[in-house]
Write a protein that binds this ligand. Sequence first.
Ligand SMILES: CC(C)(COP(=O)(O)OP(=O)(O)OC[C@H]1O[C@@H](n2cnc3c(N)ncnc32)[C@H](O)[C@@H]1OP(=O)(O)O)[C@@H](O)C(=O)NCCC(=O)NCCS
Length: 167
Amino acid sequence: MTDLAVQIRHELPGDADAILHLHERAFGPGRFARTAFRLREGVPVRLDLSFAALVGTLLVGSVRMSPILAGREQALALGPLAVEPAFEGRGIGAALMERALQAAREAGHGLVLLVGDQPYYARFGFEPVPKGRLEMPGPVDPARLLAAELVPGALDRASGRVLAMRA
Ligand SMILES: CC(C)(COP(=O)(O)OP(=O)(O)OC[C@H]1O[C@@H](n2cnc3c(N)ncnc32)[C@H](O)[C@@H]1OP(=O)(O)O)[C@@H](O)C(=O)NCCC(=O)NCCS
């Protein structure tokens, strides 16, 4: 197999259209009904904590972070994470996750939440949120509501409703 040089860099404002099309291919039209989507709706993406993967000039992956409140605790919602189907299984998802989590840690954030498959996200330190601890703005399978503590104890302090932080 040919090695492709993948560059991971911050998301830029001009990436928005390419990321929209990537989401269409990766998630399909049902994505708008997802609770994770509803949580992020209308919230500006933190470009400084969001990353794109490029092969040449082609955008092949994206991970985004948005500011949220988990009870009284400031936190980040991670997602969507998406990789172009033809480029899956080459470590691009993992590279995006690691860059985004590192950036969040360096920016002093303590807690990252996401809705997703634990078998994939466990490798990045995500664990299910204890049942009943956090209330999302729509239905979520509790086994898919995951958290990663970047600062020990941050999840213990988070309890109650999860809300978007709108500027
Ligand atoms: C999930 C996704 C981002 C992974 O991207 P990727 O670049 O293929 O990921 P990586 O190459 O870093 O990792 C691939 C590994 O993860 C595993 N994996 C992928 N999706 C998984 C899942 N849902 N559950 C468990 N393992 C999964 C693969 O089997 C592979 O395992 P291996 O390393 O043992 O071969 C990508 O498949 C994707 O965009 N899927 C559609 C959108 C989506 O579901 N996004 C996540 C929202 S929760």
